[in-house]
Design a protein around this ligand. Sequence first.
Ligand code: 4AD
Ligand code: MG
Length: 432
Amino acid sequence: MKPEIYIKDLSEHVGKEVTLKGWLYNKRASGKVKFLILRDGTGYLQCIVFKGNVTPEVFDVAEQLHQEASYEVTGIVKEEPRAVGGYELDATDVKLISSSDDYPITPKEHGIEFLIDNRHLWLRSKRQVSIMKIRHRIVKAIRDFFDNRDFTLFDPPIITPNASEGTSTLFEMEYFDLGKAYLTQSGQLYAEAGAIALGKVYTFGPTFRAEKSKTRRHLTEFWMVEPEMAFYDLDDDMDLAEEFLEYIVKSVLKNNKADLEILERDISKLEKIERPFPRLSYDEAIEMLKAEGHEVEWGKDLGATDETIISNKFDKPVMVHRYPAEIKAFYMKRDPENEKLALCVDVLAPEGYGEIIGGSQREDDYDKLLGRIKEHELPVDFFKWYLDLRKYGSVPHSGFGLGLERTITWICGIDHLRETIPFPRMIYRNTP
Ligand code: 4AD
Ligand code: MG
C-alpha cells in the first residue's frame, strides 16, 4: 500500500519506471499533453501525460483530475534541469484514488480570514508546507543543540496552581475540589527544580497566555523552549543564547534552502547571523532611542516600536540586558551593582521581528525571593516548593525562554505568527 518511492528520492531512479502516490497540486494542458504537478509531501514533480503514450482511458483520468485529487502515477523518471525539483515523469499510467471537486483554495488570491477558516486545507499549499518544514527543522535543531551539550529534556506540568509570568494572562479552570488551576505560562519554575537535580535541563512544549492583545506577535497557545542551568550567571546565559540562535539559523540555512526560496526569504540577511551579537544594557538602549529623537522614559518597558528602532541599527540579534527590576518578573535576581536593575536579557530579532528570547539569572537567596513573592502579592503557600530550592543547596542559576513561533516568523521572513503553527489559537479564533 505505501508508496514505493517518494519525490525526494527520484535522483536514484533516473531512467527507471516508478509509481508515485500523492495529490494534484496543479495542472496545465496543451492539446495532446497534460502536465500534472504531483505533490507527495517530500516535493513536487511534473508528470507528462502524452496522448500517444497512454490508453484513451488513462488520458481521460488525467483529463478529469481536479486540484487536490489523490492519485497514483507510473512512468519513467527523466532528468530535467528546467523542471521543479530537476526531474520529470513520462507517465504511462494514471489511477485516480479519490476525487476532489470544487476544492475551495484555488491558485487565485484569497483573503486571510478565508484561508484561516480553511486552515486544514490551506496547510497543503506550497508556502505552508515550507513553513511547516522549517518549523520541524527548527524544533530538531533546538533538540540537537541541547542534547549535544549534556542537557536533559525535562517536562513540566501544563496544569499549574499559580502564575509565573504575571497574573494578567492566566487561563483559568476549576480543578475538582482544589479550587482554581491555570494553564502554564512557562515551564521555568519547574525547570529550576530540574536544573538543581540534573545540572542542565530544557523544557519544550506548549505554553499559554490569555493575551488580550490582537497583534501579529501574540498567540494564546505557543511553544517555548526553556533551558535552565545550575551555576550559570547572566553572562553565561547570554553566551548560550547567542550560540543557540546561531546554531538554529545555520541549521535552517544548511537544510532548508529550497523552502526559504519558496518563501522568497532574503537569505543574505540570515547568513549574517554569526556570533558575537551586540549587547546593550537597557540604559544604553534608552540612550540610543533618545539619540534617534524617540520619546522614551527610563523605567518603562520597551514597546514594539522601540524594539524595531533598536534592532534596525544592527544586522544581528541584539541582546538588551539589565532592565529595571520593577517591570520584570519576581524571580529575577537583582544586579548587585545596582539593585534597581534585574539581571535579565531580552533578545530582539533583526529586521524588526521583536523579542524572541527572554531570560535571566534567578534570585537564589531565600529571604530575598520570599520578599519578592510577597511584594508581587503571590500566594506564598503555592511557592513553598519553589522556595525550598533556595533552602536546600541553593546555587546561582540562569535560563531563558525562546518563543518558537516568533523565531519561525523571523527566520521565514513572514508577517504574522499565525502561519507558523499548524492550528493557531488567538484571542479571536479557536477554530478549526
Ligand atoms: O519573556 P517571556 O515571558 O519569558 C518567560 O516566560 C520566562 N519564564 C522564560 C525563561 O526565562 N525561562 O517569554 C519568552 C518568550 C518571548 O521572548 C517570546 O518569544 C515568547 O516567549 N512569547 C510569545 N510568543 C507568542 N505568543 C505570545 N503570546 C508570547 N509570549 C511570549
Ligand atoms: Mg519577555
